[in-house]
Write a protein that binds this ligand. Structure first.
Ligand code: EPU
Length: 432
């Protein structure tokens, strides 16, 4: 086991380069399974979720060649198997995209029910409904999703999503790409990674229009061929570094971002007294004065992202006055609050609402990451706090942040990874 040790209370200065988007990469890699021929994919983030997916794909028969740190050639022309081993598939949320991709190309898929962060209930009923509308028979039992197209091929359909689900939108889009005829997804999710997966598929020969709006039209094509594609920068990674600067003070150039994707986060930080200046694909984030309170409700894109909710709570913990956070996407995304309290934060949670009374300062303490973004938020709280903090269970954080330690130390933070003997892990867990 490893943990982060953070000596907090230092302002941050310098520049940080943002990696490729996790939630785009975990859609695009399974999409490559549908392509006959080699795909060169650039700007792939070096995170454990990507490694897990690549391992699964190689076991299925994909040829993966590393070109450089962020670029890979992936050839899925000869896929030998459509069944994902249980232990591999359940470790990652995005394994559900393997259903749409394999079902679309081969007419069947057997994929373990997905894992990933525990954010309250994470049903996949909308995925099932969408795939069924495309003609698949979908059964869920014994920890697996079994999907089969009775005649070997799916057919186009008109699908209305009850909730604008990111995962269901991408999964249906994948399955419909090689289906016969036209599919229309209404009330589709509009997140930047939906557009990125559609752009990837189109650059390989798919016919998808409307991604980024709430109606996506997919005209099925016979096959996808190889090509080149570069993944967009990670909106949430960029937002996390913006939150670091907001919480600690200082001035950091956040490079390789799409400023448009950041507007929902930028607007809220500005309300809180953080200066954000745009310079091409860079955001200059500066905070010298005190942080001001604000209210935030998380919503699907272009609203404030739920994946930034814990990080912004870390920032608001030392803002002047009382802030109200409302979680508008997930049932339970406040499991980090208990850990923040160890640092002296004053947060009350009632259902989907958290009321944060800004305190003058946080004081370092040990914390345990309970999911990816909560873990990132604990790092932010530790960086802002006086004294030493620790964050254990960092495997959650490594799922989605490339080189977090290197990037933070590069802007003046004092954070390192240390090995923890197993007994210590147990004793920390048992305290309280
Ligand atoms: N929902 C259903 N039925 C479904 C699917 C979703 O009721 O079949 C509900 C969910 O319970 C939730 C809402 O719809 O209340 C939205 O869920 P969505 O399907 O959009 O989430 P997801 O696809 O499982 C992705 C990201 C999450 C991010 C959400 C919302 C990936 C791999 N994950 O999850 O990212 O929070 O969209 O933007 O893309 C993260 O990166 O830390 C993360 C958790």
């Amino acid at each position: 086991m490893r943990k982060y040790v953070i000596h907090g209370g230092r302002p941050l200065y310098g520049r940080v380069d943002i990696s490729g988007a996790k939630n785009a990469a975990v859609g695009i890699l399974p999409a490559a399974l549908m392509v006959e021929g080699a795909c060169r994919i650039e700007n792939i983030p070096a995170i454990s979720d990507v490694d897990l997916l690549l391992n699964i794909m190689q076991d299925l028969g994909a040829h993966v060649r590393t070109v450089n740190r962020t670029t890979m050639d992936i050839d899925c022309t000869h896929i030998l198997n459509q069944q994902i081993p249980y232990e591999q598939g359940r470790k990652i949320r995005a394994s559900y995209y393997l259903i749409g991709a394999l079902l679309g190309r081969y007419g069947w898929a057997e994929v373990p029910l997905p894992g990933g962060c525990d954010l309250g209930g994470r049903p996949i009923d909308l995925h099932e409904k969408g795939l069924t509308a495309l003609g698949a028979q979908v059964e869920v039992h014994s920890g697996y999703v079994y999907a089969r197209a009775p005649e070997g091929k799916l057919h186009g359909a008109h699908i209305y999503l009850d909730i604008a689900s990111v995962g269901a939108t991408i999964n249906i889009m994948l399955a419909a790409t090689l289906a016969q005829g036209m599919t229309v997804i209404e009330n589709a999710a509009k997140e930047p990674h939906i557009v990125d997966v559609a752009n990837f598929l189109n650059s390989m020969g798919a016919d998808i229009t409307g991604a980024g709006t709430d109606v996506i039209k997919i005209r099925g094509v016979k096959r996808l061929r190889g090509g080149e594609y570069s993944i967009i920068p990670d909106q949430i990674e960029a937002g996390t570094y913006m939150a670091c600067v907001a919480a600690c003070g200082g001035e950091v150039r956040i490079c390789n971002v799409i400023p448009k994707h950041m507007e929902c986060i930028t607007a809220k930080l500005q309300e809180m007294g953080v200066e954000v200046e745009e310079d091409g694909d860079t955001l200059i984030v500066r905070r010298n004065g005190p942080l001001q309170r604000t209210n935030i409700k998380t919503m699907p894109y272009p609203g404030f992202p739920t994946d930034m909710q814990p990080q912004i709570a870390a920032v608001l913990s030392t803002a002047k006055g009382t802030s109200v956070l409302t979680e508008g996407v997930w049932g339970n995304r406040y499991r980090y609050v208990e850990e923040f309290r160890r640092l002296g934060a004053s947060i009350q949670v009632e259902g989907k609402i958290a009321v944060i009374e800004g305190v003058e300062k946080l004081i370092g303490a040990p914390m345990e990451a309970c999911d990816l973004r909560a873990g990132a938020a604990m790092v932010i709280a530790g960086l802002a706090a006086e004294g030493t903090s620790e964050v254990s269970n960092i495997k959650h954080i490594e799922r989605g942040y490339e080189n977090l330690i290197g990037k933070l130390n590069g802007i003046g933070a004092d954070i390192c990874t240390v090995e923890v003997p197993d007994e210590e892990t147990t004793s920390v867990r048992n305290v309280g």
